[in-house]
Design a binder for this molecule. Sequence first.
Ligand code: SAH
Ligand code: F3S
Length: 431
Amino acid sequence: MQIYIETFGCAMNHKDSENILAILKEKRNAVQTDKIQEADLIIINTCSVREKPIQKLFSELGSFNAIKKNGAKIGVAGCTASHLGREIIQKAPYVNFVLGARNVSKIDAILDKKGAVEIDISNDESLELYPSSPVSNFRKSINISIGCDKQCTFCIVPFTRGEEISIPADLIINEVQKAVESGAKEILLLGQNVNNYGRRFSQPHRDINFTALLKAVSKIDGLERIRFSSPHPLHMDNKFIEEFANNPKIAKGIHVPLQSGSNKILKMMKRGYNREWFIDRIERIRRAVPDVAISTDIIVGFPDESDSDFNDTIDILNRAKFEQLFSFKYSPRPLTEAKDFNNQIIDEVASERLIILQSTHQKIMEELAKERINKIYSVLFDTFDENSGCLIGRTSSGLLVKSRGDIYNLGQIRNVKIIESMRTQMKGEII
Ligand code: SAH
Ligand code: F3S
């Protein structure tokens, strides 16, 4: 069986696709293909965080159906599967099955049931053991929790991935150990809200929080770097920042999603922190880890966002000097509170704000890039580009570095002196 799988959205969706493939490989001897016409099974693993990808889903389904081989099946998985459910099959009757996020373990059973819809968001997959999938590029993602207990008023995720359940620590440690044994040097701990880890398990569990989990995982021999995605600024307490700073295995790149710099908007978003807390966390992290790279998410055009609210966001952008910015125009989502808020912002205003935000950030990145010249970074090389003869890797803080060098450096951490620095990548010499 040949499978074509397309994945949209967050790192967790990519991990779900990896698990789907691993299950079908074990149970059905399946192999992945990148040619739709040759596939016996086509899966689109969807994201529903913003509206655009959903429109794209139906046009894509139509074109896949037109070119697929006779008898090939089409399935829709992920968050849009959870939230639209049967509606997908009503709109596109050639779709064979709909498999919601948090129902990945049912992929084998659903495959032969034409018209099946499995979208139970209370399905407990926290104890599920998926077959191992190959480690690619010395990196491996490992889930530490499912779902999200926050109720940010703009976000559909709690309605598509359900309530938050932490995966037992011993299972996580086992997974990391297995990954390291099969060649991983770096692991990415995944959850919608990773640093809320340990609040709820589906069976009795010892008391543990995210900081303690990081400590435990870092004891694994052979593991070089630990990353995690995504944490919530509210749960970044001082103990966590201390561990982040002082544990040499924790990579020094961190995502601190701001969303808005205005206290009024943060409150309407129900983010649970204010701008003062956010700025304090950033300052504390930068003091503790001078070479840290901080990325963030910002939404512009949230309902009732005034020019002055937006300026508060720009103010934090200028102070925090994020190394990376993911910026979005607010998109009203079904099931969320914010879609019914008064004073929805017109697209023209939101678009203008997005441009101002992004151009302000471009300048910040240019300044930051200059400061990196002649600095020395430890780079984990994970790719070799045959064409240019260059090794490609990342610094501990997650910045992309290219360097001339021999292929035997793959999988190794090397010191690299930066000779050229652009906004999103650097070139350097191994020293
Ligand atoms: N905790 C999650 C967040 C998922 S959504 C994680 O692990 O990444 C990712 C980002 O999309 C959010 O941080 C937010 O900035 C953006 N987003 C979510 N809902 C949105 C909406 N309705 N409109 C625009 N952007 C949104
Ligand atoms: Fe969404 Fe907020 Fe959770 S952004 S995933 S509800 S932390």
